[in-house]
Design a protein around this ligand. Structure first.
Ligand SMILES: [Zn+2]
Length: 400
């Protein structure tokens, strides 16, 4: 599940609206950070790709802000949206003397890479799933899927946040631009009649509905809308709890018994899930650098680690992704209190280093707000040592 979008975690200092739309590739992250620095008090409503360019929408916005953002927008047309290297605007062809088709700014290497290249195969699967589809992936995936469906011209409603029936009905009604009726099936039937084509319903954090009346209402709506009277309902449940999702589709008493469950691989998840990527790195290092591993185990681990290093380069996470251990050490203050062992606070460690340190030091004794400074120093030193050994091992791998 490859997704190259900038995420809110990349912009800790930015003032993002609660429902901000983030649909711009990570190659433009430096431009976006430059923009957020000049935005001041305005709220960011959207950071998105539009006709191949980076567009940032603010509310309110002054003429000065608009002209500064326009200048950044112009520059984005020369920077690959995927990797940040030099790129140019590309499009499929001309129509009546105008550029036509898919517009994107790309380097040579990423000419055909989509910001969310995962989605097309999944879209097919969703379009063909009459009984419902469960997808194990980070919560943000629900929005990525909904956006891709909308881009494909499908009517989409996303169930987010609340687990109340009335809120679910309201969310469906407002997104499908119809009035609310008393039940979820009645509301969806009305929408189906009005739209005359299949409706797509994406459920975010689906596991919260495992024992909810909403799941039963969705099943009844599915059965009704997929009958010959109406025009179809495709339901996608996205959740982070694989076991709960499996129960929702595998228990014979479950409303969606028999529905397909898709599990993205750790490699796919590690593209947009920092915890997953760091766990993959830690497991890989443990196996690759251990004398007890077999040649085959080491080889598999090294290939995983090569993937992690590539992702670090192409899809970095967090504000401190490009800093060295030396720079990180200088950035994190050591707290010294009388009569206490010096420590570092978790909150002072920027990502991805906080997560890396957390995974590497599971089981260590800690203080409430953080970790002992000697554990932190050890971690940073080991990180560099491991990295050197890893690069050696990867070079030898070429000969295997
Ligand atoms: Zn590129």
């Amino acid at each position: 599940m490859f997704n190259f979008y900038i995420s809110a975690c990349d912009l800790p200092a930015a003032k993002l609206a609660a429902d901000v739309r983030l649909y711009a590739g990570r190659g433009w992250l430096a431009l976006v950070r430059e923009a957020t620095a000049i935005i001041g008090d305005s709220e960011i409503m959207a950071i998105r790709e539009d006709a191949g360019a980076l567009r940032i929408e603010l509310t309110p916005s002054t003429p000065e802000q608009r002209s500064a953002l326009h200048e950044i927008e112009e520059r984005s047309l020369r920077i690959c949206e995927i990797c940040g290297e030099r790129g140019k605007l590309r499009y499929e062809g001309m129509n009546n003397g105008r550029r036509a088709g898919w517009h994107r700014t790309r380097c040579e290497r990423h000419v055909n890479t989509r910001t969310s290249s995962v989605v097309p195969p999944i879209l097919d699967q969703i379009a063909n799933t009459c009984s419902g589809l469960f997808i194990h992936a980070p919560a943000a995936t629900a929005q990525v899927i909904a956006d891709a469906l909308r881009a494909a011209g499908k009517p989409v409603a996303v169930l987010i946040e609340s687990d109340k029936m009335e809120t679910a009905i309201y969310q469906v009604a407002i997104q499908l631009k119809i009035s609310e009726l008393h039940t979820l099936p009645a509301t969806l039937e009305q929408a189906s009649t009005k739209l005359g084509k299949p409706i797509y319903l994406v459920v975010e954090r689906a596991e919260r509905f495992e024992r909810s009346e909403i799941t039963y209402a969705l099943k009844s709506a599915r059965d009704s809308l997929n009958s010959s009277e109406f025009f179809g309902l495709r339901i996608v449940f996205v959740g982070t709890d694989f076991t709960a999702l499996r129960r929702m589709a595998r228990l014979s008493s479950a409303a969606f018994f028999g529905a397909d469950v898709l599990d993205s691989s750790p490699e796919e998840r590690s593209v947009f899930d920092l915890a997953e990527r760091e766990q993959m790195r830690r497991d890989g290092l443990r196996i690759a650098l251990s004398h007890r591993s077999s040649t085959q185990e080491r080889r598999v681990a090294l290939l995983d680690l090569a993937t992690v290093l590539r992702l670090d380069r192409e899809v970095p996470f967090g504000t401190a992704a490009h800093l060295s251990t030396e720079e990180i050490r200088g950035l994190v203050p050591v707290i010294v209190r009388e009569g206490r062992i010096p420590y570092v606070r978790d909150a002072d460690i920027p990502e991805p280093w906080a997560r890396r340190f957390g995974i590497a030091s599971i089981g260590s004794t800690r203080v409430l707000a953080g970790a002992y400074v000697h554990d932190w120093e050890n971690f940073l030193r080991l990180w560099d040592e491991e990295h050197v050994r890893l690069i050696d091992a990867l070079e030898n791998l070429e000969d295997v």
